[in-house]
Design a protein around this ligand. Sequence first.
Ligand code: SAH
Length: 470
Amino acid sequence: MRHLPVFLDLKSAPALVAGGGRVAARKVALLRSAGAAVTVVAPTACPEIASQAARGELAWRPRSFEPGDVAGTRVVFAATDDESVNDAVAVAARAAGVPVNVADDGARSSFILPAIVDRSPLLVAVSSGGAAPMLATAVRARIEALLDHSWSRLAEFADRWRQAIRAARPGIAARRRLYEWLLDGPVAGAVRAGREPEADKLFAAALAEEAPAPRGFVSLVGAGPGDPDLLTLKALRALGTADVILADRLVGPEILARARREAEVVDVGKSAGGAGESQERINRLLVHHARRGRRVVRLKGGDPLVFGRGGEEAAWLARHGVRFEIVPGITAALGCAAYAGIPLTDRRYAETLHFVTAHGADAADRIDWQRLAGRRQTLVVYMGVAAAASVRERLIEARLPPATPVAIVENGTLPGQRVLLSDLAGLGSAIAAEGIRSPALLIIGESAAEAARLAWFGPPPAVEAVRKSA
Ligand code: SAH
């Protein structure tokens, strides 16, 4: 470690900036946001600095730097465009024992500035030790995405309660447990949702208890269609704080790798068939873990409420008095269409969009095929591989032209994505010929043909010879 990261308290502290240009103005802004009393020394100053000086927000000495300027200052920035002046500033500061930073010059600096994520009072500083500032900036961007602005409110909340926490939990271990609960529990949820009064009430109640009974909570989370980068920030947060994860078969290891390392992962993947039985088991597990105070994540492919039984699970939790949230995910139709280059609605082809499933013995009988066979619509069929032949029959019966384009997207958004282009007449045979397996999605309608032109992800689509058999 070449540098020791520290956070300097510069409230009202005298700080010197040598230079009056735009780089200097940035240092001035940074210093002022930390509450420093800034003096600028420079023969000329940019309008920004000049106007702050005119308003009395900083002191500007309109002349060249003199070594005596560093006397009595707590920190010095050299930001002139003249290397010899910057050098003189650095030498004077070092001689006076004052920390000095020279813009873009690590060798002359006694300290360097990190890239900052500001969620005041929470601050994250990132540094590459001057070796690769672009890298630090890229890391900063990632952390920024991870720490949404609600962290600011959460940190303020913790700060506001700090004295009370110390008084109520003098022991360090009890205090740590309380803070963990504060960060991951219902209080954080309320603060994030902007319901501070509720958060205060919950927290006051917890403080009064000996040790707050952990309250169980279930997040019904949509994991998206497969590409882990399609997880929402909220899904990531739920995964990062989970005690138990009940995961579907469709959720891949790359997504589970983003979960909290200590989380227990239970594979509750249902195989086709005895689904009813295992759904009951899942319901029981959800309540079982929540009642033991755990944070449970029920992780489902795509969106939990689209052909995912999320509604049934939520109803079950509500009935059993278990608190829950529902975190939407990118459903397979949206993920597959985007990654296959298929505009689901497009002024040229369709203004109506249907999501249907043909799964299960009598599902096909309940569907109003006549309505789905109308012109200018896009039809997305979930779980349609096994039922492809009957989908084809019913749609042709309902007079959808056999030449209607069909795209079959297998493992959409994943590295193994395959797209097969055919037409309605050739649907069943195309699936058989290419050995398409679940998970795959059928996209039926004129816009499906766009995949031939707009393919951008994975291998180009295979085009099945058009069979006009019908
Ligand atoms: N809740 C999920 C759907 C669950 S049903 C969602 O919102 O996406 C499961 C079906 O979704 C699969 O049979 C398949 O038709 C489709 N599916 C899910 N992920 C897919 C993927 N990566 N590629 C293609 N189809 C997918």
